[in-house]
Design a protein around this ligand. Structure first.
Ligand code: ADP
Ligand code: ZN
Length: 611
């Protein structure tokens, strides 16, 4: 034992405070910890940032013996082990990334009872040698992190995970806890069956990420809008920007770099060394933005990603939830920002009409993209829409999304406007794109309009009640509501869908979302200098920057990511409270005994120097 652990003598709460420095449990953590400490098996479904790690780390400390954690990615293991060591816990990892010779020493330490937690990759665990080793250790528990990887239904299926059923077979008396952030019913059943956890207690915390602020802005000049958003709300924060194509990734990264942001591209077409370097810089430096395709994100558990921005709409709500979920793991406010426009609807529609999928698959894909479009177009609470999609009903709007915060989001009766737009599509022959249609509706006699004699049509100039942007929005929403469809050749032209007939005949009333200029330069908070939503007075803000600089130095010295030293939330609290003594410092959440010993004096010195 490392001297810090005293199995059997400490309550879970006391251990939480001593080792991790947190004053209280969150959500169901306490029940889970108590259940596992008592020897029970558990399946834990908790959203990202919900605090899953403590659910097995604490029981491993509180039960005699070694806790075995199975984790899919070497980078994740390394982060966890580093963070545990900082907290004074005896932790190590066995995986293929180890320098030769080191695994022998770790195995010895495990056998001799010198470790509290041992992280293993699933392929390592499958080796006979490794199971032998486990048989010779006293085991406190097994934890299977990212347990959805076991299921073919899940989005990260891993063959290696399928062998993990052997654990319950060979070690029936050792408690086993399976954890994941994403598990629909079929995946959940798979986890239970394959790990032999049919009798295990289920702890399901739901999908909500209360600290994420959801916002969808009308796409016009998306990059400019993004830059404005970053300048106003995240001038020095780290974040992820998702784009649809590799080209857009590269262009956006250099465009942002030219405007003073540290922005690095990441996509599957870049050499592995470049990708690794960019990921490394994202984790180890402060304020780096990664501009990426969906290739980026799995296994990124940097807790202080303050925003995830989508320059293009993701392909469905599962992807959106997954991608935005990478923001704000530390529980501090974070932003999910999306630019959404006509091109996105066209893309989504085209994807589902692609020829190479079967009819049933097509129907599923169509429902999924409909749900995403619905989420983007809604004037109601975004969180209600998102959680509703995952089957979670909420009676009250959330108060923490753009539509809830801004009463400007409202709908209007667009029946007549819709009829005008649809007739313009019809009269021009159902083959022109939105821009041309807008020219016709607003009476803009461009060369093209005149060449085609569209200025002679009865629909030319009938749309004086709206400006070009207003008509663009009407056409997008007609497409979103399915009254218009992209032409099958994919030239960007629009055709009437079958339901357009009813609209033209006045048989149904249409409502549209009113686009208000609220997104322009609008900031959801007054200050804007601190990390998202954290409002600090100027003195505390200056201090927080000094503490951050100190942390970065310290992290570099130890070759660790800054968040392994201290989380933002902890340093922000130090800046707010300005504790004058070690005792006062120790009261701050996130400063346990080991970190107080290690860094207490240095933190007090930073506070003193700041005056
Ligand atoms: P998950 O694995 O569920 O995404 P983590 O275990 O990484 O979440 O925890 C997310 C963040 O919340 C971490 O920064 C962790 O230190 C913090 N945290 C977890 N439990 C508590 C708690 N009881 N009090 C304060 N912070 C907590
Ligand atoms: Zn809301």
């Amino acid at each position: 034992m490392d001297g810090l652990t005293q199995p059997g003598t400490e309550t879970p709460l006391a251990a939480l405070q001593r080792v991790f420095g947190y004053p209280a449990f969150r959500g169901q953590q306490q029940q889970i910890v108590e259940h596992v400490v008592a020897g029970g098996d558990a399946i834990v479904l908790m959203p990202t940032g919900g605090g899953k790690s403590l659910c097995y780390q604490l029981p491993a400390l509180l039960r005699p013996g070694l806790g075995i954690v199975v984790s899919p990615l070497i980078a994740l293991m390394k982060d966890q082990v580093d963070a545990l060591r900082q907290a004074g816990v005896g932790a190590a990892a066995l995986n293929s990334g180890l320098p030769p010779g080191e695994s022998g020493a770790i195995e010895r330490a495990a056998r001799n009872g010198e470790l509290d937690l041992l992280y293993l990759s699933p392929e390592r665990l499958a080796m006979a040698h490794c199971l032998d080793l486990l048989r010779r250790c006293r085991l406190a528990l097994f934890a299977i992190d990212e347990a959805h990887c076991i299921s073919q239904w899940g989005h990260d299926f891993r063959r290696d995970y399928q062998g993990l059923g052997v654990l319950k077979e060979q070690f029936p008396a050792t408690p086993l806890i399976a954890l994941t952030a994403t598990a629909d019913a079929p995946t959940r059943r798979d986890i239970a069956v394959r790990l032999h956890l049919e009798e295990a207690r289920l702890f399901a915390a739901g999908y909500d990420r209360p600290n994420l602020f959801y916002r969808v802005v009308e796409k016009r000049s998306a990059r400019e809008d993004l830059l404005r958003f970053l300048r106003a709300e995240h001038p020095c924060d780290a974040g992820i920007v998702y784009c649809l194509t590799r080209r857009a990734v590269e262009e956006t990264a250099s465009w942002l770099s030219a405007r003073g942001r540290e922005a690095l591209p990441y996509h599957a077409g870049l050499p592995p060394e470049t990708r690794a370097l960019h990921q490394e810089r994202f984790l180890h430096e402060e304020g780096v933005i990664v501009v990426a395709t969906v290739a980026f994100g799995m296994g990124i558990n940097k807790p202080n990603v303050r925003f995830v921005a989508h320059l293009d709409a993701p392909k469905n709500l599962e992807a959106y939830y997954q991608e935005t979920g990478r923001a704000g793991r530390d529980g501090l406010p974070a932003d999910a920002w999306m630019a959404y426009g006509m091109a996105d609807v066209m893309n989504l529609r085209r994807l589902t009409e692609a020829a190479d999928i079967g009819e049933q698959q097509r129907r599923i894909e169509r429902q999924k993209s409909e749900a995403l479009i619905g989420f983007c177009e809604t004037v109601g609470c975004r969180r209600q829409a998102l959680l509703g999609y995952f089957g979670e009903r909420r009676d009250e709007p959330c108060g923490n999304c753009d539509n809830c915060r801004d009463p400007g989001a409202e709908s209007w009766d667009g029946t007549v406007a819709a009829q005008k737009a649809l007739s313009a599509v019809y009269r021009t022959g159902q083959r022109f794109g939105a821009h041309h249609l807008v020219d016709v509706l607003t009476g803009n006699a461009t060369d093209r309009v005149r060449q085609l004699a569209h200025d002679k049509l009865s629909t030319f100039g009938i749309g004086g009640e709206l400006d070009a942007r207003g008509w663009m929005s009407v056409i997008r929403q007609l497409l979103a509501q399915g009254h218009l469809a992209p032409d099958p050749e994919g030239h960007g032209g629009l055709m009437l869908a079958p339901s357009a007939r009813k609209v033209l005949r006045g048989e149904c009333e249409l409502r549209f979302r009113r686009e208000t200029p609220r997104e322009r330069g609008r900031s959801r908070k007054s200050g804007g200098k601190a990390a998202a939503g954290i409002v600090l007075d100027p003195a505390a803000e200056a201090l927080w920057q000094k503490l951050r600089a100190w942390r970065l130095d310290e992290a570099k010295r130890q070759e660790l990511p800054p968040y392994v030293i201290f989380h933002d939330a902890t340093l922000v609290e130090v800046a707010r409270r300005r504790p004058g003594s070690l005792a006062a410092l120790g009261d701050i959440p996130g400063i346990g005994r080991s970190k107080l010993d290690r860094y207490g004096a240095a933190l007090l010195a930073v506070l003193r120097d700041a005056g």
